[in-house]
Write a protein that binds this ligand. Structure first.
Ligand code: KIV
Length: 277
């Protein structure tokens, strides 16, 4: 066998994560991890550290491009970064964010989701509550798995008015529970909850059969997601739910990534200091 055709060692050491893997992990009670990555090099490091899900998030607009929100991110940006991540990935499940206004109509939703899947996403993520139920249904029916992102939805920052915890008000909490159930019934395969009180996140995670990934949602969701640059302590802003894993790493970036995986698996992270009541 020529060196060109010999399999990459890393590729042979990890079984690819699929949606079924994630469902089984939820059923077994084992926590799983998700990290953002935007390029091939970090996709390789993140997947080799054992992170199950790579999110190519539109947070790239803030951490890579320097914008003050995710709104300027385009479909072309997402295609570029998803295809880069796909080339570096060694077995993680790739979720690609649909950028702002790329799923405003049914036609746009289907065409743009197909474009991201062709670029290398294995699931797409869209932000919203009840209003994305129809798109979720359309996509799921056509074989495109959907991660529905609820709670703090950064693409709606101008309507929300700031990066605040969502669902503290009992009426808002009730409607979030109903919307989460509606999205599951509409065919969502994963729910992501951002910045919600930990008791509400626990209630939703226990109620749904699909895996729930949390960020700033306390320790009781089925999985935890972090923005890579936050985990490495190089983001300009440090929200309460962020932990710098590089600070205590004895093996640089690899150690930081492995520390995140270990601390989520053994339920050390997130602690009360990273969660909201
Ligand atoms: O874009 C992103 O990175 C995200 C995470 C903050 C969940 O949506």
């Amino acid at each position: 066998m020529s060196s060109q055709s010999s399999p990459n060692v890393a590729q042979t050491t990890r079984r690819a994560t699929t949606l079924s893997t994630l469902i089984k992990l939820k059923q077994s009670g084992e926590k799983f991890t998700c990290l953002t990555a935007y390029d091939a090099c970090f996709a390789q490091l993140v997947s080799e550290a054992g992170v199950e899900v790579i999110l190519v998030g539109d947070s790239l607009g803030m951490v890579l491009q320097g914008h003050d929100s995710t709104l300027p991110v385009t479909m072309d940006d997402m295609v570029y970064h998803i295809s880069s991540v796909k080339r570096g990935n060694r077995g993680a499940f790739i979720v690609g964010d649909m950028p702002f206004m790329s799923y405003a109509s049914e036609t746009q939703t289907l065409e743009n989701a197909a474009t991201l899947m062709r670029a290398g996403a294995q699931m797409i993520k869209i932000e919203g509550g009840a209003w994305i139920a129809n798109s979720t249904h359309l996509l799921a029916e056509r074989g495109i798995p959907v991660c529905a992102h609820m709670g703090l939805t950064p693409q709606s920052i101008n309507r929300i008015g700031g990066y605040h915890v969502q669902g503290r008000d009992p009426r808002q909490a009730e409607s979030m529970i109903a919307e989460a159930q509606l999205l599951e019934a509409s065919g969502a395969s994963i729910l992501l909850l951002e910045c919600v009180p930990q008791t509400l996140a626990r209630q939703i995670s226990e109620m749904l059969t699909i895996p729930v990934i949390g960020i700033g949602a306390g320790p009781d969701t089925d999985a935890q997601v972090m923005v890579l640059h936050d985990l490495l302590g190089i983001s300009p802003i440090t929200p309460k739910f962020v932990k710098n894993f590089l600070k205590d790493s004895e093996d640089g970036i690899r150690g930081a990534l492995q520390g995140f995986v270990q601390q989520v698996k053994n339920k050390q992270f997130p602690g009360p200091e990273h969660s909201f009541d």
